[in-house]
Design a protein around this ligand. Structure first.
Ligand SMILES: C[S@@+](CC[C@H](N)C(=O)[O-])C[C@H]1O[C@@H](n2cnc3c(N)ncnc32)[C@H](O)[C@@H]1O
Length: 193
């Protein structure tokens, strides 16, 4: 009984610490970096992205996840396609969790990179097959100047304003994301060059 209580207290302590760090990082995202904090994408969005790559872009070799969070989507793509996935995340705690999960799940073709994704893309010399972003309305628009660096750009739930998608995939039956109180039904926006 005593051991059980000790284990329970340790687990609760770890959980509380996790929540404190997560909320500090969230506050930094919103108030300091003016970027969307980590919110995992819905399963339906992840499945749809993998399905797109497996059916339409079968020869894609490189994928960049622009703002990977804990890397759930990046690892799913790495496991289920032949591509190498570069998971870019700039926040220290999210990046540490991303690295830890990559190690635990032994996802060798998912490479975690700590960087500001926009600076990384700007400096990138080679072309990338697929870029994926779930950054929210407005922030996705910052990808517009770099669109030509990708063969395909896929944004989740919010479009890149001023660009016409080649295709959209309606996933509204699976729910929506709420950004600043506005509801964005689940949808993929697919831009091709
Ligand atoms: C909404 S979450 C998406 C997480 C993941 N892509 C998924 O689908 O589950 C957005 C993530 O992008 C990261 N992010 C936002 N702006 C970024 C930037 N400029 N550079 C790198 N990461 C960024 C945030 O820290 C956050 O973890």
């Amino acid at each position: 009984m005593k051991t059980f209580l000790i284990v329970l207290c340790v687990l609760m302590g770890v959980f509380i610490l996790y929540k404190i760090i997560q909320n500090i990082e969230r506050a930094l995202c919103v108030f300091r970096f003016h970027q969307i904090p980590f919110v995992p994408s819905a399963d339906a969005l992840r499945r749809a992205v993998v399905q797109e790559i497996r059916t339409r872009y079968t020869n894609a070799k490189t994928v960049i996840e622009i703002g990977a969070g804990y890397g759930g989507l990046a690892r799913q793509i790495a496991r289920r396609t032949n591509a190498t996935v570069y998971a870019i995340e700039n926040m220290p705690f999210s990046f540490a969790v991303l690295k830890m999960f990559n190690f635990i799940f032994r996802t060798r073709n998912c490479i975690a990179i700590r960087a500001d994704a926009f600076k990384y893309i700007r400096k990138m010399r080679r072309h990338i097959d697929i870029g994926i972003a779930y950054l929210g309305p407005g922030i996705n628009d910052k990808l517009r100047p770099y669109a030509k660096k990708f063969r395909v750009l896929i944004t989740l739930d919010a479009p890149i304003r001023g660009m016409r998608p080649a295709r959209t995939v309606d996933l509204s039956r699976y729910g929506a994301t709420r950004w600043n109180g506005i509801v964005w039904p689940h949808k993929l926006f697919i831009y091709e060059n």
